[in-house]
Design a protein around this ligand. Structure first.
Ligand code: DGT
Length: 407
């Protein structure tokens, strides 16, 4: 019999153990192995060259933190059955399995209006069939439908194992030290009151650090203007490729990518066949296609791909106010005159948009602090850190992208 008690060596936590053979079999499954080829942070590696980690690393890290959380909560007398424990590991391991190439960067270009969470659920339902319904409880928790709310909050909440891993991991791989939160201490401070997750009073400063780090990582790393420009170019590559395909132009691409270029997939027609093809698609299909397409005769496709492959990106300016259409037109006009292209073609290289982030989504759910006397209070009230309230405000910024001197 194959030894299934493997140990992974993780650069952040050290050894990560696989709790049992069913979890091992899930990790071995081709759906999960695909995550080795999905970049965790999209195109951020064009700005932070170290950020080449994948959804595979992240999923294992989350499972490791979940093991710690289960131990801590049980130690504090919270009853978690063996089935619930197993379901927590499966749900966190698979929570991102629906991410497509380059994670968020391409979320709405491969398929139309189907989120990665919805696709994760479809994968889980398929795996549930393949694994004799052993994922039923995990699915209930993932969908947020379990009556013991804290189980769902550990998977998806203001302070879940997902965020606890990705902030620390992304900080490590990018080298942006300010994002390095103390996930293990945060977990040690967790407790459960009335079936909801709370953080013990001693953990206030760790929660403050977590929220500040989250804000910083969004503005300095995830929404960095250069990776933003790269991700926008990536979206436009797919858009142009789909457009050319619909006009009958034959583009070299893997069979899986061809499928998504030719069909308009939405939630309504996302079926078992679509899932199988989606499971064969990863970053490599996109990179290989762009390496071919940079020599295509279509001006737009060729230049978009060339910019990404050779990292010769657009100029980006961030503003606090909406950018006027006239500003855009000046740049578009210049392109049209220089290259003899249409306004529509120029718009692939000249565009505006907005980005926003809210470090603490107070309306969605609270991070509650538990005092020794049993009182519970939201972190914003519990903290004497004046800036914390500001972290619950949505900050929006506007950007304009246009080519540098020449394409
Ligand atoms: N390059 C890049 N990375 C991003 C962007 N948005 C998020 N990320 C990265 C940062 C984290 O590693 C990860 C967070 O996204 P996930 O899909 O794991 O979680 P989710 O969207 O549920 O995040 P949340 O629960 O809202 O914090 O993705 C983006 O716009 N660009």
């Amino acid at each position: 019999m194959q030894n299934k008690l493997k140990i992974f060596n993780d650069p952040i936590y050290g050894f990560i153990t696989i709790p049992n053979s069913l979890i091992f079999d899930l990790i071995e499954h081709k759906y999960f192995q695909r995550l080795r080829r999905i970049s965790q942070m999209g195109m951020s590696y064009l700005v932070y060259p170290g950020a080449h980690h994948t959804r595979f690393h992240h999923a294992l890290g989350c499972m490791h933190l979940m093991q710690k959380a289960v131990n801590v909560l049980r130690f504090k007398g919270i009853d978690i059955s063996a089935d619930e424990e197993q379901a927590l590991y499966m749900a966190i391991l698979l929570h991102d399995i629906g991410h497509g190439p380059f994670s968020h960067a391409m979320e709405h270009s491969i398929v139309n209006g189907v989120s990665h969470e919805e696709i994760s659920l479809l994968f889980m339902e398929q795996l549930n069939k393949d694994f004799n319904l052993s994922l039923t409880l995990a699915i209930q928790i993932f969908k947020g439908e379990h009556p013991r709310k804290f189980l769902c909050q550990l998977i998806s909440g203001q302070l879940d194992m997902d965020r606890a891993d990705y902030l620390k991991r992304d900080s490590f791989y990018t080298g942006v030290a300010e994002g390095n939160i103390n996930s293990e201490r945060l977990i040690t401070m967790l407790n459960v009151v009335d079936n909801e997750l709370v953080v013990e009073e001693k953990g206030i400063y760790s929660v403050e650090k977590f929220l500040v780090a989250r804000r910083l990582m969004y503005w300095q790393v995830y929404l960095h203007k250069t990776s933003l420009a790269a991700e926008q170019l990536l979206i436009r590559v797919l858009k142009r490729a789909k457009e050319l395909t619909s006009l009958g132009v034959d583009l070299k691409a893997s069979a899986a990518l061809q499928f998504f270029l030719k069909q308009e997939i939405t939630s309504e027609n996302f079926n078992r066949e679509t899932l199988d093809v989606f499971a064969r698609l990863d970053d490599y299909d996109i990179i290989a296609a762009m390496k071919e397409w940079q020599f295509h005769e279509d001006f737009v496709l060729k230049n978009l791909c060339d910019m990404l492959i050779n990292r010769d990106l657009l100029k980006v300016k961030l503003k606090n106010k909406k950018i006027k259409k006239e500003k855009l037109q000046v740049h578009a006009q210049k392109l049209m005159e220089t290259y003899g292209i249409s306004n529509e073609e120029a718009n692939y290289f000249v565009f505006t948009g907005e980005i926003s982030n809210q470090a603490y989504q107070i309306k969605k759910q609270h991070i509650n602090i538990l005092y020794k006397n049993g009182k519970i209070q939201d972190i914003i009230k519990a903290s004497d850190q004046l800036n914390l309230k500001a972290l619950s405000k949505t900050v929006t910024k506007y950007y304009i992208c246009y080519p540098k001197e020449k394409l």
